[in-house]
Design a protein around this ligand. Sequence first.
Ligand code: DAH
Length: 356
Amino acid sequence: MDDLRDKYIGLIADAADEAAIEDLRVQAVGKKGEIALKMRELGKMTPEERQVMGPKLNALKDEINSALSAKKSSLADAALEERLKTEWLDVTLPGRGRRQGSIHPISQVTEEVTAIFADMGFAVAEGPQIETDWYNFDALNIPGHHPARAEMDTFYTHRAEGDNRPPHVLRTHTSPVQIRSMEKTGAPTRIICPGRVYRADYDQTHTPMFHQVEGLAIDKDISMANLKWVLEEFLTAFFGTTVKTRFRASHFPFTEPSAEVDIQCSWEDGSVKVGEGDDWLEVLGSGMVHPKVLAAGGIDANEYQGFAFGIGIDRLAMLKYGIPDLRAFFDSDLRWLRHYGFASLDQPTLHGGLVR
Ligand code: DAH
């Protein structure tokens, strides 16, 4: 037994790594190791012998086990010591600078528009970008045969063979949110809905995805005069200068009467200035909500009326910040983003520059 002890204590002391320790553990105290073999011999001994040898063997097993774990942890300590010598970190070095991102002009203008309308008591509503044709067209008084459907260059989703339901569309305007919010909150209501819209069109002033902000106000005593005031207040606050407007009679299926609104501007050397000169630029469509649209939204047109408008956000951003090409908005060119982008702390607020 002493030989066995000396042998293993020596081998453990000389073990070079954790793998060697594991081998020794299997050889000495494993299920088929030398101690186990000795334990088996206990069966052949007399009870007296067994009483002496049993505890001795157990003690030997314990001794070897603790030598194994002591060696194991001293090997681990040595390995850590070695790593600490080669790996080090100079915490006094200056940090690596990261370039700051910027707020996209569309996001900035959306925030500006929202701040101005929020101040006039409009809440922000949202709707899905993938719409049913009912919300995008029918509920807005654009029936199946109406030319507006064809004119809008709609993106349709795919339906499986044999599925005859009308396909969903990528919403072509934010107007369906009018219906959704009437259904949700009823009348009276005052909301705007900024968001993405889609049409299959691409040139210097059209991209297949662009942005609109819809407005809707419904109450018992709403007239075209309220619409005009709200829009003029908005345009003046947004452009930071008194903006002359021109309401031109127009036609939209969802409003009656309808008006397109132009703002006063000047064109000089190919760049446009708002609030001066004697040119006009169209910026939005608007009108009094059609009774059929109120009915589609579940509102009694005999009791309530309202106005609505739809503004192109991208167009507003181009005008206010002098951005000539719409397509550049969506090119993700870092140089462009750094030039036209806004600092994250440049939050648009009424007290911080938006006038009202
Ligand atoms: N939905 C129209 C478009 O995308 C814009 C519009 C016009 C919205 C008149 C309105 C409105 O709410 O009253 O061309």
